[in-house]
Ligand binder design. Structure first.
Ligand SMILES: [Zn+2]
Length: 136
């Protein structure tokens, strides 16, 4: 489900860039100071969906957090999702696992592993840091 969805979005939007997909979906993305531990969260107030990302994040974690919250928007509309924290990144909660898988497959985009290429090499080639490989 979450893998198919990520592929469908990439096709529809012609990109796997989560901020471009968010803006083409008219989703508000706010960059706020959420402190040391929170990466982001998804809120839906008065039916206006909004993604909040910690402006302290940089590089891959910022992109991953946005992709994760984007996953909640499409996979779990109307659900009160937990804050994404570094400490809960590897949560076993179903909606969190789904959002993480969605995020990873979105960021992989249309890349395919080569024959005989290890999972680790493939994901590294896609720019995915090792700690995120468990979502593949
Ligand atoms: Zn989440």
């Amino acid at each position: 489900m979450e893998i198919l969805l990520s592929k469908r979005l990439i096709k529809t939007h012609g990109t796997n860039n989560p901020s471009r997909i968010a803006s083409e979906t008219n989703l508000v993305v706010l960059y706020e100071d959420l402190g040391k531990n929170t990466w982001g969260y998804y809120s839906c107030i008065n039916r206006i969906p909004c993604i909040h990302i910690n402006c302290r994040l940089d590089g891959f974690s910022a992109t991953f957090a946005l992709a994760h919250e984007l996953g909640h928007h499409f996979l779990h509309p109307g659900v009160n999702t937990p804050f994404l924290r570094k400490s809960t990144l590897f949560s076993i909660e179903k909606i969190e696992r789904e959002a993480n898988r969605f995020a990873l497959y979105l960021l992989i985009g249309e890349a395919q592993p080569e024959i005989n290429e290890t999972k680790c090499n493939f994901l590294k080639r896609c720019g995915i840091p090792e700690e995120f490989h468990v979502f593949y």
